[in-house]
Design a protein around this ligand. Structure first.
Ligand code: ZN
Length: 489
């Protein structure tokens, strides 16, 4: 009695000695007298029992008349560690008992059959048996612990019942290593004869599945590139991460493009047939032979007819002598604007105007900001103003502003830089005056919007893009000035 707080340094050695002793074998009666008494006498006997030296690491205490407690203190790893009670065996006056290991109640499992009611003899045997068991270490894997902590220390099953929990009540030993935290199944047996209890072994697959799901969720949260958050709400670190991801994606895409280009080039070299002069002549001959057939199939006013005629006619001429119908030029301009590369590819097969020829048409009028006399003349021509009736001259001005990419370019033909805000002379002067009076920066901002004004006939089909202005988001006052100026014209 009275061994509370005494720590035996050579406990391990003693226990090893005990473990050599088969658990099932009846012990030699130590201080034992044959017990043929009632429960009260037996309980008194237990209370007065002197533990043999082999069980001296068990301490005893009687908190009340009806309870007697045997407890063991956890072995200390270092002197700074606080003392912790590892095992507590409580014997009640009716000779029933309960066992707690690190605060976990051990259920009366098949391990303790035959120990339902204790006697002083079976008590010693029970203590030796408890000493012989290991504590189930659960799953102290490093990666499971943060997951369970993140989930509040418990794991729920699909039916929302607790299936596993974090245990940081004591030191858990697995494969010679000690862990202060572990994850165990809610059905864990706590004490085992082997290494790990059956329930914890079975629970590992569930734990793995939960971990896989959790890491997936975490990675989705951690990757700002996949999150739908707008760039402007990201932190600088997240922005950097997203930028890196985008760069790596771009790099991958570029590699893929290079690979596909190479493949196309290879297949082109492998499968294409070079058209030599002889073949060219043969193809020309076929076209000439079938020309009447094609001409008879399409009406003379159709584009197909015109297209065929132009092809046959220009095929026989050298490039400088080729002449083009305006309709064909219009079609080619349309095709060129859709895709310049596709137009180039089509020119390898069909006889079509060159880029230079098309440029003469697209650059007929010098493009510029604001009202231009050449454009006004063109509008008059388009509207056929001289021949039209008074009612045909009613027009409306419609305008729209679109977002454009910011940037400045140098126009080598006119020796000027294009890309700054330009709202016509009146608005520019007003803006300069405004800047001067409000002491703001006198630099002209780079435009990010394009304002286009169209002239539309109210009673005619006239639809003519008249002017455009580079803006930074036009204001009502600026727009009024522009429209007034246009009205005068
Ligand atoms: Zn277990």
């Amino acid at each position: 009695m009275g061994r509370i707080g005494r720590i035996h340094k050579n406990d391990k050695r003693k226990r090893r000695k005990l473990l050599c002793h088969p658990v099932g074998r009846p012990l030699k009666p130590l201080n034992h007298k044959p017990s043929s008494h009632g429960p009260q006498e037996l309980f008194t006997e237990i209370r007065e029992l002197q533990l043999p030296p082999s069980l001296s690491h068990w301490n005893v205490k009687s908190p009340s008349e009806s309870q007697h407690i045997f407890f063991k203190i956890q072995e200390q790893c270092n002197s700074k560690q606080a003392l912790t009670v590892s095992h507590t065996l409580t014997v009640n006056s009716d000779l029933s008992w309960s066992l707690a290991v690190y605060g976990h109640q051990v259920q009366c499992s098949p391990l303790f059959i035959g120990y339902e009611r204790l006697t002083s003899n079976s008590l010693l045997s029970l203590l030796i048996k408890i000493d012989s068991f290991n504590m189930c270490p659960g799953h102290p894997d490093e990666h499971f612990i943060p997951m369970v902590k993140a989930k509040g220390g418990i794991l729920l099953s699909q039916t929302e019942s607790v299936s596993g929990m974090l245990d940081n009540s004591g030191l858990h030993c697995l494969n010679g290593q000690r862990y202060s935290e572990t994850v165990r199944s809610s059905k864990c047996h706590i004490l085992v004869q082997g290494i790990k209890c059956f329930e914890c072994v079975k629970y590992r697959s569930t734990l793995r599945a939960l971990y896989s799901k959790w890491t997936k969720q975490q990675s989705q949260l951690d990757q700002p590139i996949n999150s739908p958050t707008n760039d402007r709400w990201l932190k600088p670190s997240e922005m950097r991460e997203r930028l890196q991801e985008v760069r790596s994606k771009l790099k991958t895409a570029e590699k893929k493009i290079d690979y596909l280009k190479l493949k196309i080039k290879e297949s082109h070299e492998r499968l294409s047939i070079a058209v030599d002069d002889e073949l060219h002549e043969g193809l020309g001959q076929i076209i000439m032979e079938h020309a009447p057939e094609i001409k008879s199939k399409y009406s003379p006013n159709s584009f197909h007819h015109l297209f065929w005629e132009q092809q046959v006619e220009n095929m026989q001429k050298i490039p400088s002598q080729r002449r083009w119908h305006p309709m064909l030029i219009r079609w080619c301009l349309h095709l060129h604007m859709l895709s310049a590369a596709a137009y180039d590819a089509v020119r390898h097969v069909l006889v079509l105007p060159s880029d230079r020829t098309l440029r003469d048409y697209t650059h007929f009028i010098k493009s510029g900001i604001g009202i231009q006399n050449e454009v006004t003349m063109q509008l008059m021509k388009e509207a056929n103003i001289d021949a039209s009736e008074e009612w045909q001259k009613f027009v409306a001005l419609s305008f729209d502003e679109i977002k454009i990419k910011e940037g400045i370019v140098y126009d080598k033909h006119e020796c000027r830089i294009i890309g700054f805000v330009d709202l016509g002379p009146t608005n520019n002067h007003l803006a300069a005056f405004d800047n001067a009076t409000t002491a703001q920066s006198s630099t002209i901002p780079v435009a990010n919007h394009m304002l286009t004004i169209m002239v539309r006939g109210i009673l005619t089909n006239l639809c003519f893009p008249y002017t455009h202005y580079s803006t930074n988001g036009v204001t009502a006052v600026e727009l009024q000035c522009i429209l007034n100026n246009m009205g005068k014209h």
